[in-house]
Design a protein around this ligand. Structure first.
Ligand code: HAS
Ligand code: CU
Length: 560
């Protein structure tokens, strides 16, 4: 009797944690559904089909609509969908990894609610049309203060959630001084610590310059300093997005293909290298900025090539894990083993396709990072082509794949229409291939990014075919994405529950080798945090000192 009651209490506690994770996914998927709706509008506009006049009930009129739609698309997809999905997913992987509940759930609740309040405050000026500054703010363009206040709360809320993680981990570490941190918890913590360090830049930019200027407390701002502070955050931001996907590829996908983690040690080393190298390289977004000496740009360009290494390690070890599983499933041959992967499992297929697209996205990133090649790519349509293969594919499609077990796990119901979920991933994949290839190509032909090309009085004839592919590919992607939204929505709302004894387990792969054999230096924070701080100071300190001591807050703000 007592045992049953304890079990029941345990189940209820667990269900409360599931619900908490679920609330994050509700906000994330709602943001994705709304934010993505502006995708085909932009893509078709490039093809010369301007549907924005039909959106005047919601958006500004005229050209402003394109930029307002682009801002809503970028903020809701790149900042909201990602941040809410990630903090929810990492809450689960931390709890599951450490085998315990959050130490102070109220802290994480405060963090989550702060993020939600921030989102609502950001949405007001976005929809009202006075925050049309895209997702990178573009100072000295000056949106409503609410935009900055809202985004600041979203970041602060995620910091508070991170605090809840660290306090839980601290308690676990006290009780398990010599045990290696379970990998999925370790990866969750690294991701949040990376995010904490990275967001110092954008926090300083908003709180120290943009918000006071927007409130009229200062006479203006220094755009060069603002950009440097933004890109201090802007690049590591992409690894805050990517590492949860890597967590799934390393530690969950192998389980889903009946395999094991190929190397716990390599996986940990890759995550430490991301912590160490993600921040000190933001000048690769500023190669054409006049106010930064070339020498510093070269140092950041070299460090950018260094940060590609943990991804190459990931490419090797994740594919090795997949091959290990495929061979156990009867696969063989140099490449034929791939056919033995479970291509009927929606969660697996979404992540395999995500990885395949990311191979091209990563190569494009390496090309972006080349100081001289970047001069031909920067501010062209090539760059959105790159980041649709990264955040909109590697990250977003992996989150689709995670959702296909996570939503059933949270709601206790089987995935609705698994075949439709499979179709969703393939449709999205094909659309992405067409769209991103067209954007890369037309970018190489000189087409600028962030410009309503369809409205241009003329475009070089060699662009037209590619712009049509942008429109077609973008629309196909949207169909695939909305099928994902429908599948998870119906799964959550359907009546059918798992039968007694049925259900979804969180897929956590064992490592091929004993985790306790992982060297201690791959499980100790102080040396890595110290090295990270030193590297960031060396790579940014002198330039930040120079720009801060010479800051001229005299650039007037321009309403968007
Ligand atoms: Fe980037 C611009 C360089 C990765 C996102 N990037 C952007 C922007 C965004 C973005 C949003 O150096 C635009 C910002 C703006 O609005 O201006 N990027 C890189 C480099 C990497 C990189 C070197 N980017 C990302 C990721 C992103 C992202 C990840 C989001 C998640 N990026 C740049 C540069 C710019 C830039 C410049 C500025 C351009 C400009 O001038 O404006 C590297 O991290 C890439 C390393 C990755 C690889 C690929 C490894 C492949 C793997 C796949 C494994 C396969 C599997 C499947 C699992 C080397 C791990 C197997 C399947 C089977 C069937 C077996
Ligand atoms: Cu970057």
């Amino acid at each position: 009797m007592l045992q049953d009651r304890a079990k029941q209490a345990e189940y209820e506690l667990e269900q409360r944690d599931r619900n908490f994770v679920g609330y994050h996914l509700i906000v994330a998927i709602a943001a994705l559904a709304v934010g993505s709706t502006f995708g085909p509008l932009q893509a078709l506009e490039h093809a010369g089909i301007d549907l924005y006049p039909q959106m005047e009930w919601l958006l500004q009129s005229g050209q402003g609509a394109y930029y307002q739609g682009l801002t809503i698309h970028g903020v809701l997809n790149a900042l909201v969908w990602t941040t809410f999905f990630i903090t929810g997913f990492l809450t689960l992987t931390l709890i599951k990894g450490l085998g315990r509940r959050l130490r102070y759930p109220v802290i994480n609740w405060v963090g989550f609610l702060t993020m939600v309040v921030g989102l609502v405050i950001t949405a007001i000026p976005l929809l009202a049309g006075n925050a049309t500054v895209l997702f990178t703010f573009y100072p000295p363009m000056q949106p409503s203060s609410l935009f900055y206040i809202g985004l600041t709360l979203v970041v602060v809320g995620s910091w508070i959630e991170g605090l809840g993680f660290y306090l839980t981990y601290y308690q676990w570490r006290q009780e398990n001084p010599d045990t290696r941190t379970p990998f999925i918890a370790f990866a969750s913590l690294i991701t949040m610590v990376l995010w904490q360090i990275a967001t110092i830049g954008v926090a300083a930019e908003i709180l120290g310059m943009l918000l006071p200027a927007s409130l009229g407390w200062t006479s203006g701002m220094d755009p060069q300093l603002a950009r440097t502070l933004f890109w201090f955050t802007g690049h590591p931001l992409v690894y805050f997005w990517l590492l949860p996907a890597y967590l799934s590829w390393y530690a969950m996908l192998p389980k889903q293909v009946d395999g094991k983690m190929f190397s716990d040690q390599l996986a940990r080393l890759a995550f430490w290298l991301f912590l160490l190298l993600s921040v000190p390289l933001g000048f690769h977004h500023q190669f054409v900025d006049p106010g930064i000496p070339n020498g510093w740009k070269y140092i950041h360009f070299a460090l950018t090539y260094a940060v590609a290494i943990p991804s190459f390690m990931t490419l090797f070890t994740v594919v090795a894990s997949l091959e290990y599983g495929a061979v156990k499933r009867g696969g063989s041959g140099l490449f034929r083993w791939m056919l033995a992967l479970p291509w009927t499992k929606p969660s697996v297929v979404a992540q395999l396709l995500a990885g395949l697209l990311f191979i091209f996205g990563g190569i494009g990133g390496i090309m972006n990072a080349s100081y001289n090649v970047n001069l031909a790519l920067h501010n062209t349509a090539w760059v959105p082509g790159h980041f649709h293969l990264t955040v909109a594919s590697a990250v977003t499609m992996t989150f689709f794949g995670i959702s296909y077990w996570l939503v059933p796990y949270i709601v206790g119901k089987p995935l609705w229409a698994p075949k439709l979920a499979l179709a969703s991933s393939w449709i999205y994949f094909v659309g992405m291939l067409v769209f991103s290839n067209a954007m890369h190509t037309v970018g190489l032909l000189g087409a600028p990014r962030r410009v309503p090309l369809g409205l241009a009085p003329y475009v070089p004839s060699e662009w037209s075919g590619h712009l049509w592919r942008v429109g077609i590919g973008g629309t196909i992607m949207y169909v695939g994405l909305m099928l994902y939204v429908v599948v998870v929505l119906v799964t959550a709302l359907r009546r059918k529950k798992f039968a007694e004894g049925e259900g979804v387990e969180i897929p956590v792969a064992e490592s091929r080798r004993d985790v306790q054999a992982t060297p201690l230096w791959l499980d100790r924070w102080v040396p890595w945090l110290t090295a990270t701080a030193i590297l960031v100071l060396l790579a940014y300190g002198p330039q930040l000192y120079e720009q801060l001591t010479n800051a001229q807050l005299n650039s007037p703000s321009f309403p968007p």
